[in-house]
Write a protein that binds this ligand. Sequence first.
Ligand code: PRP
Length: 215
Amino acid sequence: MRYLTFALAKGRLAKKTMGYLEQIGITCEEMKDPDSRKLIFVNEELKFKFFLAKATDVPTYVEYGAADLGVVGKDTIMEEDRRMYEVFDLKLGKCRMCVAGPEKAREHLTSGEIIRVATKYPKIAKDYFYNKKHQTVEIIKLNGSIELAPIVGLSEVIVDIVETGSTLRENGLVILEEICPLSARMVVNEVSMKMEHERISSLVKNLKNVLDHRD
Ligand code: PRP
């Protein structure tokens, strides 16, 4: 039997996913060592491999088949736009992709004028403004602390993830428009889906069962 390889987005999401996999009997003891810097882990008995990747790279590993499966946020899936199947919603890390800014920026969203949009997600922002709102905008790519942009005058609005809303609140910004809900999804390589259909579908079925019965 060949290994089934899982690419996990490093961090809280990987830990939670491993917790659910454990409940269906897929364990990986060596991954639990908090001091370990290892990136790849093996369960020899069940023929599973797990590796920890940067979230934005998970779709790349899955598209190329370096991983058969992956677990990653819908935001990354939309932004990376890779060829792969999205098989199910783990309903973890729920949050929303939003257009946000100071209240006074609201008028810029209806006037049709060209505004500047700062974001870590240029593709999602472009899709939203061009294809949904039919508004021409200038997209400014940033890598973090996006909320700064409208405060210091880099942009009129931002496109960013809102979870609790406290970052916006504490910086005097508000949600102006909601783009879509987000959560973690399982993704599968297109060839693996055919070649390993039985193992993958039984894994998905068991995992769904565990998730349906969590509190
Ligand atoms: C994310 C996001 C917001 C914040 C939203 O940033 O970009 O800034 O979390 O969460 P909240 O609604 O609960 O306040 P992250 O912490 O990932 O860091 P970043 O600034 O590097 O993007």
